[in-house]
Write a protein that binds this ligand. Sequence first.
Ligand SMILES: Cc1cc2nc3c(=O)[nH]c(=O)nc-3n(C[C@H](O)[C@H](O)[C@H](O)COP(=O)(O)OP(=O)(O)OC[C@H]3O[C@@H](n4cnc5c(N)ncnc54)[C@H](O)[C@@H]3O)c2cc1C
Length: 361
Amino acid sequence: MHHVVILGGGYGGLRVIQRLLADKDIRSDFKITLVEREAYHSLKTEFYALAAGTVADRHLRISFPEDEKLQLVCDTVTDIDLNEKTISLQAGNSLSYDQLVIGLGCEDKHHGVPGAQEKTLSIQSMRRARKTNQVIQSIGTGGRVAIVGGGLSGVETASELRESRPDMDIRLYDRGETILSMFPEKLHKYVTEWFLENNVTIINRANITEVDWHTLYNHGEPIELDAIIWTAGVQPNKLVRKLTETHGFETDRMGRVVVNHYHQIPGFDDVFMVGDCAASDHAPSAQLAEAQGDQIAVLLRHLWHEEPFPEKMPRMKLKGVLGSLGKKHGFGLMGERKLTGRVPRVLKSGVLWMYKHHSGS
Ligand SMILES: Cc1cc2nc3c(=O)[nH]c(=O)nc-3n(C[C@H](O)[C@H](O)[C@H](O)COP(=O)(O)OP(=O)(O)OC[C@H]3O[C@@H](n4cnc5c(N)ncnc54)[C@H](O)[C@@H]3O)c2cc1C
């Protein structure tokens, strides 16, 4: 009996499980243990709406599949020992594995800015996005909120908050010349105009030097605020960062572990890395995590059948990026096509509906 342990039931981990359970060609006997600290799969791509208070968290949870081959361990992983092949859990017990898939996702990166870790709100986990919403809802009329980081998640958070709280003074701080600097000019111009029309202040070329309770220091200048939401960068889960330190793994500039083209960690052929923890030519995304998950499931089947891995792995095809500006407008990049307005927003809602539908919600 092959025993694969999957750490993290996010987009990558869940996809491996779904594909293994659906694979009728697997002739070997296997069991899967999923270790996930939440009792459900969380739709992280919608956490900006949870933080802004436009969606209830029950709409962002999906139950894990029920199958006799799958055991769900609802607990927090506290340590991974690759040499001993054991996983330590917060409850005090440990698990051993034949194969391991690490899909523990990412956390905020605070770039060493003093106070940023302790004194800002986050949207990187369901618990923290919910906490962010509680703080936002307790702010009185005309309160002032800053979002630090003008990438996709910062833009989605600022615009959703605008819709949810028309009374608030909302400020988006970004270190670049423009927000969404990784997107083509047409898109960041469209989004900048949307913010202008909707009275969200964009502060470009920002340099956040310190954060205190209710105070943000931009180039050393203090600004009084009711809340500060941090969306200015991510890094792999701390357990993966610890593994990197212990084993000296090579990482990319985001700290993601460089894996081989079979998604294995160097020197540990029985350990696969999926999603935001694994280095890639692509930016971290749910789509990428799912595409990697698809491939890892196929490779596990090869391994269990004692068949060699395919010499070349198929190229992962990603469809593009869609972002929302509240519930009615959006923007997107599909290959070379730049989309703005209602169409990308409708497409984004459609993608979410399909995902929920196919995941059994
Ligand atoms: C606001 C926002 C909007 C986004 N929009 C998009 C988008 O439009 N399109 C897109 O493709 N991507 C988007 N992303 C990125 C996308 O959400 C991530 O890239 C994706 O979630 C990565 O999947 P993953 O499987 O690596 O990790 P995750 O989906 O984050 O899953 C990791 C899992 O591990 C669990 N976990 C973590 N630590 C432990 C532990 N110690 N013990 C047990 N369990 C643990 C977590 O609870 C979680 O369920 C967005 C992200 C954010 C924050």
